[in-house]
Unconditional design. Sequence first.
Lengths: 307, 267
Amino acid sequence: MVDMSVDLGGLAMRTPVATASGTFGYGREYEGLVDYSALGAVTAKGVRMSPWPGNPAPRHVEVPGGMINAIGLQGPGAEHFVKWTLPRVRALGVPVIANVWGGSAEEYAQAAAILDAAEGVAAIEMNVSCPNVKEGGHTFGSSPQTLAATVRAVRPAVRKPLIVKLAPNVPDFAPYLKALEDEGADAVSMINTMPAMAIDIEKRRPVLGNRTGGLSGRCIHPVAVKAVYDAHRASRLPILAMGGVYGPEDAIELMLAGATAVAVGTATFTDPRTAERVAAGIAAYCGRHGFAAAREITGALQEQDPC
Amino acid sequence: MKCDELCTVASATAIGGGYSMLLLDAPAISKEVAPGQFVHVRVPALAESDLRRPFSVFDARGGRIEILFKSVGRGSELLAKVRPGDRMRVAGPLGRGFPDPAPGADALLVAGGYGVAPLHFLSARLKEKGFAGRIVLFAGGRTAADLLQLDRFAALGVECRTATDDGSAGAKGLVTVPLDAALEECRRSGRPFELFACGPGGMLKAVADRAMALGAPGWISMDRHMACGVGACFACTVKTRDPKGGVANARCCVNGPVFKAAELVWD
């Protein structure tokens, strides 16, 4: 029997497979389609202090190997989430990672404090890397200095494990990870979507209402593997990895590159049971390769020195 | 409760004009699905990273569901090529469907092209329940080839009035030509009625406008590209009035696809 449990910076997960923010609603939407007992955690859709309307339609477009979305973080606000949504999600018996964003560092901290105090929230994920909102989102993760200042504001408000979600499109992760370590983040999640765009050539217009969006799905998987590989070598922070996880092979690749746990995102739309398949496949892989515990896969990449 | 059922194709029939009828063995969904709800189909030949495709249900009986669709893009073109015995994952039933019309009211159904699908299912269920009012279908299309499955409506005892852009069948012009004549009859006779619509956006707005103007209940089935189909991703939004008088972004997949005419805000 393989020990599938992992510890993601203080978040105890019974399997190393979570769902990714924005792809799994607030947790309950997949009832009837998913076996929640196989999930290590569900990550709720991002909330800020106040309700937020999101972006104009169209909000998504299918592209080869994935999709581009510009939802724009539509949501009901942190208090509504805690009061009305969370109690029903708790009944599913799976740890909930609450995802938070804001228009200022102070607002991040206020919303994070509300979520941190809520029964049923197991950890907080800070979204500082959404490409689809002008104010907030990626602004706060766009330089190591602003990232540090934002995490510095939030950290005292959060007693639970604090995970910070980074964008893939930076030249070097090291200074960002250093900022997270210095400011006391417990884990890093990566990667958010890649900034992307699609154009309707007949209408000569951008396809998305927001004009640009974020690319996700199968096509970004190799980008995620490289990002996790670099981050694992640059930092000791545990990594929650996401980006094109469609099957156990994708998850194992990310874990070998250094991830402690993985999250399934866009793949859930096509096959809601992807996360369950991934967890089962990780267990089988451990059996085949003599790992007694899934956590032993993390960083178990065997490298030869390049000549 | 919705489920993700592995369905076998019982029959797949091209019915001309780029339209197809698909009959799927779907015992669980067939038992639960209500008129106006939809299913989210994983089209077998699409890539693993391609999204599912949503389809209204045309009919559900005997453990099977029927889907009427037009090949309009990559997904529906590939779905038109499935053969009996092929299997595919189908999630459903999803979304909020049509309510029954109030007792004593007539049901006026307005369809454009393959928009007849959920209205056929509604007609079939109303007849099964012994609905006492009149059911009239107003079907529109570009040509006679876009007036679909009228024999199936006729077999249910539904009166069909038609219009085509080119005049090749029924009245020449939009479906609002026969619809407006009937609404005038209703106005004169004072008979209560409810409007049920599925079809292109312009037609839906025309029906919603009439429902609002006449103070009649209007039930509008909206069509959007979807990603998750279950309310998780917020991609398929439809503009609606919020209770405070502003505009909200409702999710077509869970708040709809059927909306009250009075709720909708049109661009």
